[in-house]
Design a protein around this ligand. Structure first.
Ligand code: IMP
Ligand code: MG
Length: 335
């Protein structure tokens, strides 16, 4: 039995979805609960020949034995949520909290204007304006929305019930540390704090209950939208290295930079991280592709992992070696 929190260490898009999906399959948690801002977050999961792009459901939804819950700190778009439940067969075990805020058309409209849309480079999902309305105490909640009547529950209550019965709980964050409204590159940030403590608060879990905090770091740094990115590479160099990516929600090209240990050390500190999940090692070291054992990594990749551990001061316990959910080196039980 354990409570694990998984958060992003950079600017989002670190590969949290794939890591959470792997942990949901490997550890069989009773509950996967999503915190974070809202449907501005996109996660991509690949299993077999299927690719799933999700914006509202927790990324652990592929495990049919796990309940997937969205905490009251998250704003939901009912149309997106209900469509994903239907498309991905999560009906009957996917629920949102009574107190989740609800995104409406006016919030979507307000998210595309010159300030949020152009200056901040918002995803246009209505998340920021809905969170602003929540702070103003004018936002409607899930408990008041008819289309959500069959899928609303007490999420903190269910999580604590599962913990009391000895089950494991996986708490998933969205966005990344430096998109935090408090700790990020303000004003080029999302509309909430998204570090581990905030993600726990989003789902109603206090700090004493948490056993481990997994910080997800990609093997290079990317950022979509505007805002500073130290060491940013020109587009041609990003393409030459094979690091070009596009956003899951917006389809925008992601800007890229090499590994940045100043960001890593600060993210470990801000999240109280206990371990690192290092993703896309195969993109930087193609010989690693699909490896599931640490002993199969080439020397240069091992040196990269060791340099990460030296800088971070915590172990790299999971390593992503390909887009497939199962392409993971799991070192949690030892080397
Ligand atoms: P908003 O959260 O949609 O208002 O966008 C604010 C900033 O955060 C923009 O630069 C977005 O590109 C970025 N952002 C928000 N959510 C994510 C995410 O899940 N991944 C990556 N960037 C994000
Ligand atoms: Mg994403």
């Amino acid at each position: 039995m354990s409570v694990t929190v998984v958060v992003g260490g950079f600017y989002g898009d670190e590969g949290k979805g794939k890591i959470i999906s792997y942990l949901a399959a490997a550890d069989d948690p009773a509950i996967v609960a999503r915190g974070g801002a809202g449907p501005n977050a996109g996660h991509t999961i690949r299993r077999g020949d299927r690719t799933y792009k999700i914006r509202m459901l927790p990324s652990g939804f592929l495990n049919p034995r796990s309940q997937v819950l969205v905490g009251p700190g998250v704003v939901v778009n009912p149309a997106v949520l209900l469509r994903e439940m239907e498309d991905f067969g999560a009906g009957g075990r996917a629920f949102v909290d009574y107190n989740c805020g609800v995104i409406e058309q006016s919030h979507l409209d307000a998210d595309s204007g010159s300030h949020l849309g152009e200056k901040i480079g918002s995803t246009g999902s209505g998340t920021g304006p809905a969170n602003a309305a929540r702070a103003m105490r004018t936002l409607r909640l899930a408990r008041d929305v008819e289309s959500l009547a069959g899928v609303t529950v007490d999420v903190p209550g269910r999580i604590h019930q599962a913990i009391r019965s000895g089950g494991s709980v996986l708490i998933e964050g969205t966005q990344g540390t430096f998109l935090s409204l408090w700790h990020g590159t303000y004003p080029y940030v999302t509309s909430k704090d998204v570090t581990a403590s905030a993600i726990c608060a989003d789902v109603g879990v206090g700090p004493t209950v948490v056993d481990s905090v997994v910080l997800v770091l990609k093997s290079f740094v990317t950022r979509v939208g505007t805002g500073p990115l130290a060491g940013e590479l020109p587009d041609e160099e990003t393409a030459r290295r094979g690091w070009s990516e596009r956003g899951t929600v917006t389809g925008r090209p992601r800007r890229a930079a090499p590994m940045d240990y100043d960001l890593v050390r600060r993210a470990v500190m801000l999240n109280g991280a206990t371990q690192i999940a290092l993703t896309k090692l195969d993109v930087v070291f193609p010989e690693c592709s699909g490896a599931t054992s640490y002993g199969d990594l080439p020397g240069a990749a091992v040196s990269f992992v060791e340099e990460m551990e030296r800088n971070a001061g915590i172990p790299v316990s999971l390593i992503g070696t390909g887009p497939e959910e199962s392409a993971v080196i799991d070192r949690r039980g030892g080397p």
